[in-house]
Design a binder for this molecule. Sequence first.
Ligand code: OGA
Ligand code: NI
Length: 355
Amino acid sequence: METSSSFRWTSSDTIPSNFILPENKRPHLSQVPALSSIPIIDLKNYTGDGDNNNVPDSSLLEKISHACEEYGFFQIINHGIPEDLCNKMMDAIAKLFESMPPEERKQFFTTDHTKQVKLFNYYINNDSANSQDKVQMWSESFSHPWHPIDDTSHLLPGNPPDYREVFGEYAKEIYELMNKLMRLISQGLGLEKDCLKKRVGENPSLRAQANYYPPCPEPELTLGLNVHTDLNALTVLRQSPGVTGLQVIKDGEWVAVDFAPNAFVINLGDQIQVLSNGRYKSVHHRAVTNKEQRRVTLAMFYGPNRDSVIGPVEELVDEHHPPLYRNYRYSEFQDEFFRQVGTRRMVKEAFQFKK
Ligand code: OGA
Ligand code: NI
């Protein structure tokens, strides 16, 4: 395995103080059960052909709908995306973080969130007195657009040399998968299969975020990613084989997402929660670190563009289900999100009608 000293934030048994969370924000790893109940959904018999009017197997829709209502998360297997391609993608990401030349690192590193392509660190604003203002997360993230790939590939790093090519192939596969999932999720809500896609709107914002979590000598004191919900509509996450770290809230408790071979982790973002008028959940999650193995993940986000207007789909609103959210332009939502960076995120709450 290639490693680079620039990613070893420490070579000792302890972590530097700027990574240490105040007690009330630490992960309490021993209290998180090892096995989770996050549904694993088999897509083997689903062709997902959007051009015919085949209604998918009702048990598949029920499974999806149940997962979206109860967990906001599920894993999919037998999705048709070659494992080999996914492994190449994850290897290219690991190399990108581990061997990016210093000049390129400088070129991409930024705290300006409006940059198209950016390398950055997440942090938490510390509200407790007598401590540092910011606590850095034990991770590094690299984010860039992922579609249309032919228009964006020149923005991507030239190192490792196969990153652009592998990413292009991967993005095409994920685009098809996203479309399938959006159809299934629409139909799970009892809507026309294209409903949610139409409501997310033309020219969706498609961004990728690669996350790199080096081994951490003191996983109890820090986090890889702070507690958050994804603000977009849908996320397709791939994780490096065999290494867990993602945890989600279920009934008020943290549960770990198991590693399932050649699976994708799917989660709903805030926009699906709003469009479904609260029926489907955008659930809080976080990434934790471990002592032994580096972990790499790639999140592919699908969301509205800044001009799309988002609000509860009319078919899901009636006298028993009054609208929970007001309509808003997605730019308002994003602006609110960036106002809250580093704090406990309560973005969709800002658009909720008062009870
Ligand atoms: C994210 C995310 C989880 C992980 O990128 O939004 O939640 O395990 N990632 O990396
Ligand atoms: Ni997330």
